[in-house]
Design a binder for this molecule. Structure first.
Ligand SMILES: C[S@@+](CC[C@H](N)C(=O)[O-])C[C@H]1O[C@@H](n2cnc3c(N)ncnc32)[C@H](O)[C@@H]1O
Length: 140
């Protein structure tokens, strides 16, 4: 299953870009990044078999094992792409939120979108490590 991050804003050469790179280069699942401008731009077509995960402060706060279990369930039911949407400064509106298969929150604090991208990259690596029984993830 393709892990596809579709993010608003350019990350360029930055500390956040290094963080994203640190985690995505370790992913054993197919991965793709699409950057869109802060406003406008063309969202890649959503094909059949795509699940939309919208990152949003108002969403569900999932333990990493539950996030991993969601990815596992989708992968095992022949979902071809999990698409992760990260908003710009104004975030998403209610209609956009309603269109998501999963609203995912990294807590109730508002994070800069580039940090949210780095946090997502880490969680994707963590989730896929959990599914591979790799010892990266530990719980006390
Ligand atoms: C600066 S935030 C936008 C905040 C804005 N107040 C709003 O209306 O949502 C930019 C993007 O970063 C992501 N983000 C920021 N904080 C987040 C959090 N706690 N959980 C999940 N995603 C978050 C979301 O994708 C959000 O659209």
């Amino acid at each position: 299953m393709l892990l596809h991050i579709v993010a608003r804003g350019r990350i360029g050469r930055s500390p956040e870009a290094e963080l994203v790179e640190r985690y995505v280069k370790r992913l054993s699942w197919p991965y793709k990044l699409t950057e869109l401008p802060d406003t406008g731009g063309k969202m890649p077509a959503v094909e059949h078999g795509c699940r939309i995960v919208m990152l949003d402060e108002t969403g569900q706060v999932l333990p990493s094992r539950d996030f991993a279990a969601t990815l596992e369930k989708w992968r095992d039911s022949a979902v071809r792409e999990a698409r992760f949407l990260i908003g710009a400064a104004d975030g998403f509106d209610d209609a956009q939120r309603a269109s998501a298969d999963l609203l995912l929150s990294f807590g109730r604090a508002t994070w800069p979108h580039l940090l949210a991208r780095a946090m997502l990259a880490e969680q994707l690596y963590r989730a896929t490590s959990i599914l591979a029984n790799h010892p990266y993830h530990r719980e006390g």
